[in-house]
Design a protein around this ligand. Structure first.
Ligand SMILES: [Fe+2]
Length: 199
């Protein structure tokens, strides 16, 4: 059974960039819903195996992908955030960003544009692709559509309306510009080090 992961910061500590009301809804209601639905799906799969009855397998596999990816991306997202204290990419990550995107400013510009342009409900991700030995930026639709197999997410921003509508209404650019102030680069740096060592 999956359990909710605790936040590493108080629920009001991302203000003014990410309001208490938004984080409360996002973490306590929506994220919890993904945990509950993933657990239910895994239980149904367990029952199917026990009964050797796979008539509903297509639906269950889709649910596993949707709800399970929802859990994983939300956990990465909440871990990616920090109260507004200055953190930054370390030298190792910065070198890779400059190698793969030309400059930090170009990376930030591409990531911001890609976030704003995510179609409907989805995510924007900075990932490391071990097969390519490079960083890429991806737009994900829903929680599971559009990916590169084997990529390792380093930084993810939730572009579902529930992540910004209460505070920013339909103004996605305002939301993503605010989020740059509360990204925990220490975590992104750590994930990058681990990703580069992944065999
Ligand atoms: Fe979300």
């Amino acid at each position: 059974m999956l359990k909710i992961k605790e936040l590493s910061y108080p629920i009001n500590s991302l203000e003014p960039y990410y309001s208490r009301e938004t984080l409360d809804l996002h973490y306590n209601i929506l994220y919890k819903g993904y945990i509950d639905n993933t657990n239910k799906t895994q239980e149904k799969l367990e029952n199917s195996r026990r009964e050797n009855n796979f008539t509903n397998i297509k639906c269950l596999e889709k649910d596993l992908s949707f709800y399970g990816s929802g859990v994983i991306l939300h956990e990465l997202f909440f871990e990616n955030l920090t109260p507004p204290i200055p953190t930054s990419p370390d030298n190792e990550l910065l070198e890779e960003i400059i190698k793969d995107f030309g400059s930090y400013e170009t990376f930030k510009s591409q990531f911001t544009s890609a976030s704003i342009e995510v179609e409907a409900s989805g995510w924007c991700l900075l990932v490391y692709v071990p097969n390519f030995k490079k960083l890429e930026i991806l737009q994900c639709e829903k929680h599971q559509d559009l990916t590169l197999w084997g990529c390792i997410p380093l930084l993810v921003i939730d572009m579902w309306e529930h992540s910004y509508y209460l505070q920013y209404k339909t103004k996605r650019p305002k939301y993503i510009n605010a989020m740059w102030n509360i990204i925990n680069w220490n975590i992104v740096n750590k994930r990058f080090r681990e990703a580069k060592n992944y065999k």
